[in-house]
Ligand binder design. Structure first.
Ligand code: MRU
Length: 364
């Protein structure tokens, strides 16, 4: 059960999926139907839905919807497996940096293989697969709640004086970027719920304004004390205001702890280091890709120039201007204090070992 209906990024029941169109927020709250994997690919690519965890859940559920409606056309388990594998690989191409969709694809493809060994009825096989895919919805929400608890506790414990805390975040990592609650914004929500939050500063997040459009919408909705800044104000903010922590999300964390996140994250991490402010990544383990050893292996998505040169279709730059518009940057592990996951809080250099030992425990 998703826990905040107004901010619900994804609505799902078997055979039916719709998403809150984030391109129309904050002006209009419009749900658009997703009938197929193709619809989801387009919605993810155009950023009607965005945020690494929400992208993955939307992709997986679009496949569940398509599988549910085309089950009569799939005549064997092998045909189901081909169909599912092809569609998952296609979905993984919609936004290349956000690793959660590719991770979800790998998890589902792994699940297909053991099932094929069993002599199971085709219809039961499809039902079981649908159940498995639908679990992504509840897992994401549970993971976020857990990240929120670990993160709020860590930031609180790091500041022993009883005063309320002021934090800074970037982009949108809240209910809209996930199934609900959020990752970095979930930590902020939990601090507020614990009565430990004085104020959250957040960047407007140029060029696509996920901060001013979406994080602002969530913070106003939840009545969390906040103050928006332009991205260029972060240095002065850290120099002149007491900031107890910076907490941001992730699109891909590699084995050594290097982290790709929304463009502008890297400069915040450098500023935080200079001003001796702890810098946290809050991300589910589905955003961690241990097959990539360092951030140099992360593919950085380039977005269309119009996302930089226009706002709501209105030109804000000189006609004909040439632009460079990478959607993400990579923050080196050396600038990251800790990575807050649903399994606990890890230093970048212990991340790989801890995750491998968790995976071992699950498989035994
Ligand atoms: O381009 P976007 O809006 O999809 O970028 C989103 C981010 O960078 C988020 O910080 C990240 O996906 C984590 S969302 C919980």
């Amino acid at each position: 059960m998703q826990d905040n209906q107004t901010l619900q990024s994804i609505r799902y029941q078997r055979g039916l999926l719709s998403i809150l169109d984030q391109l129309q927020l904050p002006d209009e709250s419009v749900y658009i139907p997703i009938h197929s994997v193709d619809d989801a690919w387009k919605a993810i690519h155009t950023m009607s839905i965005r945020g690494a965890p929400a992208i993955a859940v939307c992709g997986v559920l679009s496949l569940a919807v398509e599988l549910h409606h085309s089950r009569s056309k799939l005549e064997s388990i092998a045909a189901v497996q081909h169909f599912v594998t092809d569609q998952l690989n296609y979905l993984s191409t919609a936004r290349p940096t956000a690793v959660n969709m590719a991770e979800a694809a790998a998890t589902i493809i792994d699940y297909l293989i053991p099932l094929s060994d069993k002599q199971v009825d085709l219809s039961l096989y499809i039902d079981d697969l649908l159940d498995f895919m639908e679990k992504f919805l509840e897992h994401d929400l549970a993971d976020n709640r857990s990240i929120g608890r670990y993160g709020a506790e860590t930031i609180r414990n790091n500041n022993p004086s009883p005063q309320q805390l002021t934090v800074l975040t970037h982009c949108n990592t809240g209910s809209l970027a996930t199934v609900g609650f959020g990752t970095a914004l979930g930590v902020v929500r939990q601090l507020a719920a614990n009565n430990d939050l004085k104020l959250v500063y957040f960047t407007e997040t140029r060029p696509y304004n996920q901060g001013s459009r979406l994080t602002a919408y969530e913070l106003v909705h939840d009545r969390i004390p906040h103050s928006m800044i332009c991205d260029s104000m972060a240095g002065l903010l850290m120099r002149t205001q007491p900031i107890h922590a910076v907490v941001v999300g992730a699109d891909c964390v590699t084995a050594n702890g290097d982290t790709a996140n929304k463009i502008g994250t890297y400069q915040l991490a450098i500023l935080a280091k200079y001003h001796h402010i702890p810098f946290y990544i809050a991300a589910p383990t589905t955003s961690i890709d241990l097959t990539k050893k360092t951030g140099a292996e992360i593919v950085i998505e380039q977005r269309p120039s119009r996302e930089m040169t226009t706002i709501k279709g209105i030109n804000i730059a000189a006609e004909g201007v040439q632009v460079w518009n990478p959607a993400f940057d990579v923050t080196p592990a050396a600038l990251i204090t800790s990575i807050i996951t649903e399994h606990g809080v890890f230093k970048p250099d212990e991340l790989e070992e801890k995750l491998l030992s968790l995976q071992k425990k699950v498989s035994t």
